[in-house]
Design a protein around this ligand. Structure first.
Ligand code: 5RP
Length: 228
C-alpha cells in the first residue's frame, strides 16, 4: 500500500517540528520568517521553558513568538547565536538560498550573520539545481528603485516593485522590494557581491555568504537531512 501523500502544509509542519532538535537548551535561538517558520514557532512553544528566548527576523515572527509566551530579545543584545532556523524560497545542493518572499530578507540576513549555524526548513519543492526560478527579492531604498530596475534589465532580468493593496509594499525597515525574474544565478557568491554594491540596494535575497549548513527537507517519505 502506498504511503498517504502529505500536503505542502503538512510537510511544513513536519520540518518545523524536526527543527526543535537543533535548538540548544538554555540559549537564545534565531528565528526566521514565513509559513514554514510559523510551524517551527508553534512547535517551539513546547520547549519555551527550556530556552532563554529568541531573536526574531520580523515583526510578524516577533508577534507570534510573544503570543506564545516566548521572550524576544533585540539582535543587538545577543552578540552570537548558536543556531538560526529559517525557511527559503529556493535552496540549491550547496546550501545557497534565495529568500525574501515574505519581505523579511534584510533582518533575516542580519540574524543569520550573527548565528554559527543556519538550519533551513523547507518542503521539497524548494530544492533546485540552480537558483533563479523564483523571483529574486531585493530590498531597495525607494529613491533608487528605478535605477536598480534598469541595472537588472541590463543583466537580462525583468524587475518590478512589489505591491500590497495597490501601493508599493513597505518593509519592516521602511524600504521597498524589487522582485526580479529571468536571471540565471550561476555563481551565487559573485552575484551577491555584485548586487550588494549597487547604490540604494539594502539587501539582495541571495544568501551565499549566509548559506545554510543544514537543510531539513520535508518529503513524502519523511524529513530528509541535507548537510553542506
Ligand atoms: C521571508 C522568507 C521565507 O523564509 C521564505 O519566503 C519562505 O517562506 P515560506 O516558508 O512561507 O514558504 O525568506 O522573507
Amino acid at each position: 500500500m502506498n504511503a498517504p501523500t502529505l500536503s505542502q502544509d503538512e510537510l511544513k509542519t513536519l520540518v518545523g517540528q524536526a527543527a526543535l532538535k537543533y535548538v540548544v537548551p538554555g540559549e537564545v535561538v534565531g528565528v526566521g520568517t514565513g509559513s514554514t517558520v510559523n510551524k517551527f514557532i508553534d512547535a517551539l512553544a513546547s520547549m519555551k521553558d527550556h530556552i532563554k528566548g529568541a531573536v526574531s527576523s520580523s515583526e510578524a515572527s516577533t508577534q507570534r513568538l510573544k503570543a506564545l509566551g516566548i521572550t524576544v530579545f533585540e539582535a543587538a543584545d545577543v552578540p552570537e547565536l548558536s543556531v538560526y532556523i529559517d525557511g527559503a524560497d529556493e535552496i540549491d545542493h550547496q546550501g545557497h538560498m534565495v529568500k525574501g518572499g515574505g519581505a523579511a530578507l534584510t533582518r533575516e540576513k542580519i540574524v543569520a550573520a550573527q548565528s554559527k549555524r543556519f538550519v533551513c526548513i523547507a518542503d521539497e519543492s524548494k530544492l533546485v539545481e540552480h537558483l533563479g526560478a523564483f523571483p529574486l527579492p531585493v530590498e531597495v531604498i525607494p529613491m533608487a528603485t528605478e535605477r536598480v530596475i534598469r541595472q537588472f534589465s541590463a543583466m537580462g532580468g525583468s524587475a518590478k516593485v512589489r505591491q500590497k493593496d495597490g501601493q508599493p509594499l513597505v518593509t519592516d525597515n521602511g524600504q521597498h522590494i524589487v522582485d526580479v525574474t529571468g536571471l540565471k544565478i550561476a555563481d551565487p557568491l559573485a552575484f551577491e557581491n555584485q548586487v550588494s554594491q549597487w547604490p540604494g540596494v539594502v539587501t539582495v535575497g541571495v544568501f551565499a555568504h549566509q548559506k545554510a549548513q543544514v537543510c531539513l527537507l520535508g518529503t513524502g517519505s519523511g524529513v530528509r537531512v541535507l548537510e553542506f
